[in-house]
Design a binder for this molecule. Structure first.
Ligand SMILES: CC(C)(COP(=O)(O)OP(=O)(O)OC[C@H]1O[C@@H](n2cnc3c(N)ncnc32)[C@H](O)[C@@H]1OP(=O)(O)O)[C@@H](O)C(=O)NCCC(=O)NCCS
Length: 175
């Protein structure tokens, strides 16, 4: 999918788990290697590991961080898992790691905590992210609505694109 040979050995040996403090610096470096993600400070990623470990997930292979989803429950929306960033190391993209990490959070966070909605924001030209989330919704027969959360002007003169809000669910429907 990305033009590189997939590293099948890495994909097979992945362990998914909540992030810990020791992952903060590696999480920062993984996001730095995954444009177009906005890179935040090392301190911000340490805070995520400290405060939002139970709503986030990292994928590790031989002590190397190769994937992560950072997410939290917004204080004003206690029924919602808001996914902030999804990052997969380039060499193992296209092997469903993004999907596996979403599935992990669905099981260990959304269902475990009785949440109803999964939200994220996606910029208009991020086709990979759009496909990742819409396929996730389709696979689970969940609804998916989109609205504009942040207009480009909300980011000031930075040239940042608008961010559309994807709202997926509800997850508490009877089977
Ligand atoms: C987006 C990203 C996380 C996807 O991770 P991944 O492990 O490769 O995703 P998956 O293998 O689970 O792919 C799931 C679906 O997403 C879609 N997809 C993934 N990469 C794609 C790409 N480059 N172009 C178009 N669709 C893509 C496909 O529909 C795929 O399903 P398919 O393989 O059955 O066709 C990864 O490409 C990445 O880290 N990109 C850079 C950072 C980023 O943009 N993050 C998302 C914004 S928060």
């Amino acid at each position: 999918m990305n033009g590189l040979m997939p590293d099948l050995a890495v994909a097979r040996s992945l362990q998914l788990r909540p992030p810990e403090r020791r992952d903060g610096a590696a999480l920062h470096d993984l996001v730095a290697a995954c444009p177009p993600l906005d890179l935040n400070s090392r301190y911000a990623y340490l805070l995520l590991c400290e405060h939002h470990a139970q709503t986030s997930v990292v994928a590790e292979s031989d002590s190397e961080l190769v994937g992560a989803i950072t997410a939290y429950v917004p204080p004003q929306q206690p029924d919602t898992l808001f996914i902030w960033q999804v990052a997969v190391a380039e060499r193992i993209r296209g092997q469903k790691l993004g999907t596996r990490m979403l599935q992990h959070l669905l099981q260990h966070c959304v269902h475990a905590q009785g949440l109803r909605w999964v939200e994220t924001t996606i910029s208009p030209d991020n086709l990979a992210s759009h496909n990742l989330f819409t396929q996730f919704a389709v696979r689970h027969d969940a609804g998916c609505t989109t609205t504009t959360l942040f207009a480009a002007s909300d980011f000031g003169a930075s040239g940042h694109q608008a961010e559309s809000l994807y709202k997926i669910g509800p997850w508490d429907r009877p089977a």
